[in-house]
Design a protein around this ligand. Structure first.
Ligand code: CMC
Length: 437
C-alpha cells in the first residue's frame, strides 16, 4: 500500500514550518476526491499532534468502497451512481458489489443469494434473549444486545485471521439481521416470531417476517412495498467513513470479533444526529402538523438560542442535495400514491423543504434535505412504527459495516485506532488527604 502511494505522487509534498523548522510531508492522491497530506511522522518529527475534533479534515483510512462528492451531491458504490443502483439493481446484488468490488455475474449472483438465504434462521436459543427485555424497550436497545450476543452463538466464525470464517461471519450478519430486526418488532407488539421463508427475496422475506402472522392467515407480500423496501435498503447500504462505520472500524482495529463490532456500529447509529434522525424527523413533522405552522419552526431552527434543528436537514459531507433524498422523495410519492394514502405529513415535508430551500439561512449554510427527510414518511405508510426506523437503517447498513470491516482487516497498513488528545486538565499534583480538602 505504501508502494502504491510512492509511485503515484513521489514528488508532491507539503511544507510545514513549525517554530522555524520546515518539514516535508508527502501528499497522496486517490483515484478521485481530495488529496491527503500524510502526517504519520508528524509527532516523531515535531513532537506535536494534529487537532481535529469531529474529524472534519481527517482521512482515517484508505478505502475503495464508497465515494461521496458532497459539493456535487454524488454518491457512488464501487463507482456506480446510487440512483442507477436504486433503479436497476436489487439489495443483495448491491451487497455483493460492496463486499467484492464488482457486480456479480449470473452464477455469482445465484450463489451469493443462496448463501445469504440459507443463513437467515437464527439459533433457537438466541430467541430466548428477547424475553429478558421489557416489552416497551426501544428496538435499537434490543438490537444492540441481541446482535452483540451473536458472538456467543457463532464461535466458528469469530477467528478474524481466517478468511473463510470472516466470510461466514459476514454472510451470517447480512442474512440474520433482518430476522433479528423482525423479531424485535414482533416482540414489541406481543406477537410470535415468524420464521424466514427461503422462497422470498431479501426485502420480501423481511416484510413477511415483520407483518406476517403464523398460521392465522396468509400474508401476501405487496410487490410495491417490497420494491420500496429494497430501494430503501440499497440507499442506506453504505456511506463511507460516517460515525457508525468509523465506530465499527475502530472497534475492529483492536481485533474484536465482527459480531461485537457490528453491535458497536448499531449503538453509534442510534443517535439522533446519525441514524436516529429519521425517527426524530417524523416526530418533528407530526409536531409541526400543518403547513401554516412551518414558519414558526423555520424561525426556531434559525434561532441561535434555540437548540432546535430541522431534522432531516443538513449533512457533514453533502453541501448540496443528498442524492438519496431525491430518490426517496420520488419513492414517497409512488408508495403513498399506490397505497392510496393521503398523509398530510408528506405535504408538510414538501412545503418545509420548499420554504427552507428559499431561506437565506439554509442557502448560506448549504443545508439540504438528507436521506432521513423522506424515508420516515415512506416507512410510516408501510406500517412501521417510528421506533423501528433506525432499526431498518441498521439492517441495511450492516452490509456496509461488514464490507468496511473486511477491507480494514485485509489492509496491511491497518493498526489499532488510537487517537491522541490536547490535554487541558490539571498537570501533576500531590494527593491531599480528605481532612485537608
Ligand atoms: N437545522 C438548523 N441549522 C442547522 C442544521 C439543521 N438541521 N444543521 C446544521 N445547522 C447549522 C448549525 O447550527 C451550524 O450553524 P453555525 O455555523 O451558525 O453554528 C451550521 O449549520 C453547521 O452545522 P454543524 O452542526 O457544525 O454541522 P455538522 O457537519 O457538524 O453537522 C449534522 C451535520 C447532520 C449533524 C447536522 O446538519 C444536523 O444536526 N442535522 C439534523 C440531524 C440530521 O438530519 N441527521 C441526519 C444526517 S444524514 C443520515 C446519517 O448520517 O445518519
Amino acid at each position: 500500500m505504501e508502494e502504491k502511494y510512492k509511485k503515484t505522487v513521489a514528488s508532491d509534498t507539503a511544507s510545514l514550518t513549525v517554530r522555524g523548522n520546515t518539514f516535508e510531508l508527502p501528499i497522496y492522491g486517490g483515484s478521485t476526491g481530495p488529496d491527503v497530506i500524510d502526517i504519520r511522522t508528524l509527532y516523531r518529527d515535531t513532537g506535536m499532534f494534529t487537532f481535529d475534533p469531529g474529524f472534519t479534515s481527517t482521512a482515517s483510512c484508505e478505502s475503495a468502497i464508497t465515494y461521496i462528492d458532497g459539493d456535487k451531491g454524488e454518491l457512488l458504490y464501487r463507482g456506480y451512481p446510487i440512483d442507477q443502483l436504486a433503479e436497476k439493481s436489487d439489495f443483495l446484488e448491491v451487497a455483493y458489489l460492496l463486499l467484492n468490488g464488482e457486480l456479480p455475474n449470473k452464477q455469482q449472483d445465484e450463489e451469493f443469494k443462496h448463501a445469504i438465504t440459507y443463513h437467515t434462521m437464527v439459533h433457537e436459543q438466541l430467541s430466548k434473549f428477547f424475553g429478558g427485555f421489557r416489552r416497551d424497550a426501544h428496538p435499537m436497545a434490543i438490537m444492540c444486545g441481541v446482535v452483540g450476543a451473536m458472538s456467543a452463538f457463532y464461535h466458528d466464525s469469530t477467528d478474524i485471521n481466517d478468511p473463510e470464517q470472516r466470510k461466514v461471519a459476514s454472510n451470517r450478519l447480512i442474512a440474520k439481521i433482518p430476522t433479528i430486526a423482525a423479531m424485535t418488532y414482533k416482540y414489541s407488539i406481543g406477537q410470535p416470531f415468524v420464521y424466514p421463508r427461503n422462497d422470498l427475496n431479501y426485502a420480501e422475506n423481511f416484510l413477511y417476517m415483520t407483518f406476517g402472522v403464523p398460521s392465522c392467515e396468509e400474508y401476501k407480500v405487496n410487490p410495491i412495498l417490497a420494491n420500496a423496501m429494497d430501494k430503501i435498503f440499497i440507499l442506506h447500504a453504505d456511506h463511507e467513513q460516517n460515525a457508525s462505520t468509523s465506530t465499527v472500524r475502530l472497534a475492529g482495529s483492536s481485533g474484536a470479533n465482527p459480531f461485537a463490532c457490528i453491535a458497536a456500529g448499531i449503538a453509534s447509529l442510534w443517535g439522533p444526529a446519525h441514524g436516529g434522525a429519521n425517527e426524530a424527523c417524523l416526530k418533528m413533522l407530526s409536531e409541526i402538523g400543518t403547513v401554516d405552522r412551518i414558519p414558526e419552526y423555520i424561525d426556531k431552527a434559525k434561532d441561535k438560542n434555540d437548540p432546535f434543528r430541522l431534522m432531516g436537514f443538513g449533512h457533514r459531507v453533502y453541501k448540496n442535495f443528498d442524492p438519496r433524498a431525491k430518490v426517496l422523495q420520488q419513492a414517497a410519492n409512488e408508495v403513498l400514491g399506490e397505497l392510496g394514502i393521503n398523509d398530510p405529513l408528506l405535504e408538510v415535508a414538501k412545503e418545509l423543504e420548499r420554504i427552507a430551500l428559499e431561506d437565506p439561512y439554509f442557502i448560506e449554510k448549504k443545508l439540504y434535505p438528507n436521506v432521513d427527510f423522506y424515508s420516515g414518511i415512506i416507512l410510516k405508510a408501510m406500517g412501521f412504527p417510528t421506533e423501528m426506523f433506525t432499526v431498518l437503517f441498521a439492517l441495511a447498513r450492516t452490509v456496509g459495516w461488514v464490507s468496511q470491516w473486511s477491507e480494514m482487516i485485509e489492509d496491511p497498513t491497518q493498526k489499532i485506532g488510537r487517537p491522541r488528545q490536547l490535554f487541558i486538565g490539571e498537570s501533576e499534583r500531590q494527593y491531599v488527604s480528605i481532612d485537608k480538602r
